[in-house]
Ligand binder design. Structure first.
Ligand code: SF4
Length: 139
């Protein structure tokens, strides 16, 4: 169940890799995101949460769409870092024409260049909390 033990997968759509690197400490003993039941999965076909880093460009937007379609339903997407949210330093690049949320629906934004692992954990936990609240209000 996604709220209790979400499996997450990281997709870099073309950034400098700084945000993707900040995601990796999540599974180290220091940050230990597994205490929230979160498991990092390399295959997006097994993921519940998609962490997207980097801006989308004309090449990677199609890859992101395909990956998003492969994630099983009830999926959630978190845009990690300024590039995923606004395009940041790549915004004026000739082939960066849209933000991540113009390609796939985004449920949570975590700003920063790059955001610290604490901020990423905070975002994940907040999203799970909101899903819990929505579930309770629906009955
Ligand atoms: S937001 Fe900053 S660290 Fe993250 S991919 Fe963009 S330039 Fe790199």
């Amino acid at each position: 169940m996604i709220r209790k033990s979400p499996w997450i997968s990281i997709v870099n759509t073309g950034g400098c890799n700084g945000c993707a690197i900040e995601c990796l400490p999540l599974i180290t003993p220091k940050y230990d995101v597994e205490r929230f039941g979160v498991i990092l999965k390399p295959s997006t076909r097994h993921a519940d949460l998609l962490l997207v880093t980097g801006p989308t460009n004309e090449k990677t937007k199609h890859i992101l769409e395909r990956i998003y379609d492969q994630v099983p339903k009830d999926k959630k997407v978190i845009a990690i870092g300024n590039c995923a949210i606004t395009g940041c330093i790549f915004k004026k690049s000739y082939n960066v024409k849209q933000t991540v949320d113009e390609v796939v629906p985004v449920d949570m934004y975590i700003p920063g260049c790059p955001p610290r692992p604490e901020a990423i954990i905070h975002g994940i936990v907040k999203l799970l909390g909101e899903m819990d609240k929505n579930k309770k209000t629906k009955g």
